[in-house]
Design a protein around this ligand. Structure first.
Ligand code: MG
Length: 104
């Protein structure tokens, strides 16, 4: 998976500003959501899935950029807690994961 250089992310954040980058993140999530709805109602591997991939890439780019403004140790702790909750839900429904749920 391609990872953004954190120094580049900090540079982009400095050029555009935190508020603008947060706004762009929301816009990209909205664009992904719209493409998902198109796929949901007119599923086409050629067009709609490809459009979703394009928007997913945009969301990932913005997510990585935002990681330089948040306390990622705290975010990681929240992620661990939420992933443990997901595992419990899977187990409760009889789908115990046969593999570890976190890569470190
Ligand atoms: Mg986009």
């Amino acid at each position: 998976m391609v990872k953004i250089n954190p120094e580049f992310a900090r540079y982009a954040m400095k050029v555009y500003g935190v508020q603008a980058q947060l706004g762009t993140f929301v816009e990209e999530c909205d664009e992904f959501s719209k493409e998902f709805m198109k796929y949901l109602f007119r599923p086409s591997k050629d067009v709609h899935w490809d459009n979703m991939e394009q928007e997913f890439a945009d969301v990932l780019i913005m997510t990585e950029q935002l990681s330089v403004i948040f306390d990622m140790d705290r975010v990681d702790e929240v992620k661990r807690k939420k992933l443990r909750r997901l595992v419990k839900r899977l187990e409760k429904s009889g789908h115990e994961p046969p593999i570890p749920y976190i890569e470190e």
